[in-house]
Design a protein around this ligand. Structure first.
Ligand code: SAM
Length: 196
């Protein structure tokens, strides 16, 4: 991890982020939720306040957990989903990856990490998915970088080609690339069931 702040600036802007968070992405997540096994276990990495993403997943009957290194945002998550397992941890060191899930969702997270941490996060996520499990994450399809308007920090998409190769290296195949109503790109990948 390259920063002394494990939330990469998000705890400092948490209140503002929570007030600005729209329901962007709800359409894609709602559709994805319908493809998971009823009652399946999902971890939302970089869960923020839990609204709208984790809320949608829970309302779809899935067993949702959340991890986020921002204490302020994780406290909000606990209010959104009282009783849901939650941990104030970054993806790089989270203890949740000792478990297995039917699905992992990471909206607005991966591109916050530097290249090495994106690589290791994908490896950790792949290791936590059961065969046939699904990963949904958002990132621009095109390799690019930009300054996040709230934190001022650099964000970077590795782009479709690199994500596809990285995922395949961890036995995850892209099965869809949805775009939400706000024009944001997503990668929907499934963990291989057997050697192919
Ligand atoms: C753009 S917000 C998205 C929040 C939520 N997924 C949503 O869609 O509303 C990015 C989130 O990633 C969290 N985050 C930052 N660094 C992280 C890390 N290393 N591991 C896990 N989450 C992280 C932030 O605290 C923040 O909640």
């Amino acid at each position: 991890m390259s920063s002394s702040d494990p939330s990469l600036g998000w705890d400092r802007v948490a209140t503002r982020f929570a007030s600005l968070r729209s329901d962007t992405g709800s359409d894609v997540v709602q559709h994805w939720a319908g493809q998971l096994p009823p009652g399946g276990s999902i971890v939302d990495i970089g869960c923020g306040t839990g609204w709208p993403i984790a809320r949608i997943l829970a309302d779809a009957g899935l067993a949702v957990s959340g991890i986020d290194p921002s204490p302020t945002l994780l406290a909000a998550f606990r209010k959104t989903l009282p009783g849901a397992p939650a941990a104030c941890e970054p993806v790089q060191t989270s203890s949740f990856f000792g478990r297995t899930f039917d699905g992992v969702v990471a909206i607005g997270l991966l591109f916050l990490l530097d290249d090495a941490d994106q690589h290791s996060a994908i490896a950790r996520i792949a290791g936590a998915l059961r065969p046939g499990g699904r990963l949904l994450f958002s990132a621009p399809r095109r390799a690019c970088h930009w300054h996040d308007t709230l934190t001022g920090r650099m964000s970077r998409s590795l782009g479709e080609g690199t994500y596809r190769a990285l995922l395949a290296g961890h036995r995850l195949d892209i099965v869809g690339m949805p775009v939400d109503s706000g024009g944001n790109d997503y990668f929907d990948a499934v963990a291989r069931r057997s050697d192919r």
